[in-house]
Design a protein. Structure first.
Length: 362
C-alpha cells in the first residue's frame, strides 16, 4: 500500500481548515501545512492536526507557494488540497480503496474537481486535475496564478471527486497578480490570456475580457479546449453588454475548434434565439444540447446543467410559447428528474397538468 503526504498552502482559513482536514486526516499518512501569512487562528487550528507546519512569505505567486509545500512531503505520493476543498463520504471511501490498490508505477492520478454545486447537490462545474502525484518524480507547479502542475508519464483517471465548498470570493486578488505581470512586461502565453480574460469577466470588465479572449483565440499555440471556452466566455461578455449578435457569432466560433457542438455552446445558442422569441430555432439548439454526452475523461471545463436539466427546462418554456403543451410537459418532466424540488419546475408541472387535464399525483 502506498503512503500519502497531504500538502496545503493556507492563509487566514480559520473558518474552513478543520472542515477540510476532517475529511482526509484518517486517509493520509502525513499532513504538511505551509502558512503564507495568516493573522487569524489558522496556525493554531493546524496544530490540532499536525506538527508539520511551515511558513513561506507570500510573494504573489501561487506556483511558488505550492512548490514550497511539496518540498516537505516524505511519503510515496503527494495529495494537494485547498482549505475550501472537502472529500465527500463516498469519495473518502474511493480514495481509501485507491490507496490500498494503486500500482506504484503510476506517476499521477487525476481526479474530478467539482468546483461548483447547486442547492440540490448537483455538480455545476467539473474538470480534472492531477491530484495525487508521485513524489519521486519531482513534478513542478508553473504559473503565478491559475497555476498548473506539469505532469507526464503514467497518468490514470480516477472517478474520485474533490469538492470545492467556497465560503467567500476573493474579488480582484488574482486580477492583481496578472496586473503585476503586465507591469513587469511579462510575455503572456495563450493560457495567460485565457485566464486573464476569465478574471476580467468575473470582475465585470467585459470589453477588456473580450480583448484577452481574442488574443488567446488568435494565437496558433495553446490548448484547443481553452480556445473553445474563450469563445463561449467571450459570448457571455457580449451578452452582458447587450450585444446579442456578436454573442451568437462567438458561440458559432466554438465550432472552429470543437468541430461538433458542445452542450455549453448549444444551450447558449438556444437561449439567444429564445430571447428573440424565435422559439423553433431555440428548440433546435436545446435539443442538440440534450443529445451531447459529457466525457468522463474530459480535462477541460464541463457544466453538467447544459447537458441535463437546463435545456429541457428551456424547451418546456419554448414549447409552451408555441402552444404545444404536451411537449412542454414532457420536457418539464425530464428536467424534474434532475431537480425534483426546483420550485419553477414544480409550478410548471401544476400549470401544465391543468392545461392537459392530467390527474395530479397523489
Amino acid at each position: 500500500m502506498i503512503s500519502i503526504s497531504l500538502c496545503m498552502i493556507v492563509k487566514d482559513e480559520e473558518a474552513l481548515l478543520a472542515r477540510c482536514l476532517d475529511t482526509v486526516k484518517d486517509i493520509v499518512d502525513e499532513i504538511n501545512i505551509v502558512d503564507t501569512g495568516s493573522t487569524d487562528r489558522t496556525v493554531e487550528i493546524a496544530k490540532e492536526y499536525t506538527d508539520r507546519i511551515f511558513f513561506f512569505e507570500w510573494i504573489g505567486n501561487f506556483g511558488a507557494a505550492r512548490n514550497e509545500s511539496f518540498k516537505y512531503a516524505t511519503c510515496d505520493y503527494i495529495l494537494f488540497l485547498d482549505a475550501d476543498d472537502v472529500l465527500l463520504e463516498e469519495d473518502q471511501r474511493k480514495l481509501k480503496e485507491l490507496k490500498e490498490t494503486l500500482d506504484p508505477s503510476v506517476d499521477s492520478v487525476s481526479m474530478y474537481y467539482d468546483a461548483g454545486t447547486d442547492e440540490f447537490g448537483n455538480v455545476t462545474l467539473r474538470y480534472r486535475r492531477n491530484r495525487l502525484i508521485k513524489r519521486s518524480r519531482n513534478f513542478v507547479w508553473k504559473g503565478d496564478a491559475h497555476q498548473y502542475l506539469e505532469v507526464y508519464g503514467n497518468v490514470i483517471n480516477a472517478g474520485i471527486s474533490v469538492t470545492h465548498k467556497k465560503e467567500k470570493h476573493s474579488v480582484g486578488r488574482t486580477l492583481g497578480i496578472y496586473q503585476k505581470k503586465i507591469d513587469r512586461g511579462d510575455e503572456f502565453s495563450p493560457r495567460d490570456h485565457f485566464y486573464y480574460g476569465n478574471e476580467l469577466r468575473e470582475n465585470g470588465h467585459y470589453e477588456k475580457a473580450i480583448e484577452s479572449y481574442d488574443k488567446n483565440i488568435s494565437m496558433a499555440e495553446g490548448w484547443i479546449e481553452d480556445k473553445v471556452y474563450a469563445c463561449i466566455n467571450k459570448a457571455d461578455c457580449y451578452r452582458f453588454l447587450g450585444d446579442t449578435d456578436n454573442e451568437l457569432k462567438s458561440l458559432f466560433q466554438t465550432l472552429q475548434f470543437s468541430k461538433t457542438p458542445r452542450a455549453e455552446a448549444a444551450s447558449r445558442i438556444g437561449y439567444n434565439f429564445q430571447v428573440k422569441e424565435d422559439y423553433e430555432s431555440a428548440v433546435y439548439w436545446y435539443d442538440i444540447a440534450t443529445k451531447q454526452k459529457a466525457d468522463p475523461n474530459q480535462w477541460s471545463f464541463s457544466y453538467p446543467a447544459y447537458y441535463t436539466w437546463y435545456p429541457h427546462l428551456q424547451m418546456c418554456l419554448c414549447y409552451y410559447r408555441l402552444g404545444n403543451f404536451a411537449k412542454s410537459y414532457y420536457h418539464n418532466e425530464q428536467a424534474r428528474t434532475y431537480r425534483p424540488e426546483d420550485q419553477r419546475i414544480v409550478n410548471n408541472k401544476v400549470l401544465l397538468e391543468e392545461k392537459l387535464g392530467i390527474e395530479k399525483e397523489q
